[in-house]
Design a protein around this ligand. Structure first.
Ligand code: FES
Ligand code: FES
Length: 168
């Protein structure tokens, strides 16, 4: 089966019951995406598929053949870390770091959703045409990503610092 992962073409043969998370970690040697709950409740396994954030533990890998998948390993490039990775460092957005790859992938997907004008349940003015990226918006939109060691304030600061000016 054929995949595009972090810009590379990948061929893999595996049991069709394999989750995308297990394919990444166990078959392709990409352990950056973490397995927390393995049942869709923690967000540690969040990856981007054509810019949309998904929980890789709930996805069968076979469903994603031919799609553009990006994991935490694909965000840095020859110029250095992704700006959100830098922001996490500057704003103390991680402690143990187990949730961090999922948080970062999720926030990148979230920024795309904001750019498309997709409201959340805490968006106050649905007719405004622009969505202010307040701390409450970030908390609500990132609520599917749990951090068990208390780095949430730093995570919110990092996401807000990078994306608030771009929010529409
Ligand atoms: S490991 Fe996928 S949501 Fe927790
Ligand atoms: S930094 Fe997220 S669980 Fe510790």
């Amino acid at each position: 089966m054929h995949f595009t992962i972090n810009g590379r073409n990948v061929e893999a043969a595996f049991d069709p019951r394999t989750s995308l998370l297990d394919l990444l970690r166990d078959h392709l040697g990409l352990p950056g995406t973490k397995k927390g709950c393995n049942q869709g409740a923690c967000g540690a396994c969040t990856v981007l598929v054509e810019g949309e954030r998904i929980n890789a533990c709930l996805a069968l890998a076979v469903q994603y053949q031919g799609r553009e998948i990006v994991t935490i390993e694909g965000l840095a490039d020859e110029n250095g870390l992704h700006p959100l990775q830098e922001a996490f460092i500057v704003h103390d957005g991680f402690q143990c770091g187990y949730c961090t790859p999922g948080q970062i992938c999720s926030a990148i997907g979230m920024a795309t959703e904001i750019g498309r004008g997709v409201p959340s349940v805490v968006t106050e003015d649905l007719a405004a045409g622009t969505i202010a990226l307040s701390h409450d918006e970030v908390r609500e939109r990132m609520s599917g990503n749990l951090c068990r060691c208390g780095a949430h304030n730093g995570i919110v600061e990092a996401v807000t610092a990078l994306y608030a000016e771009d929010a529409r």
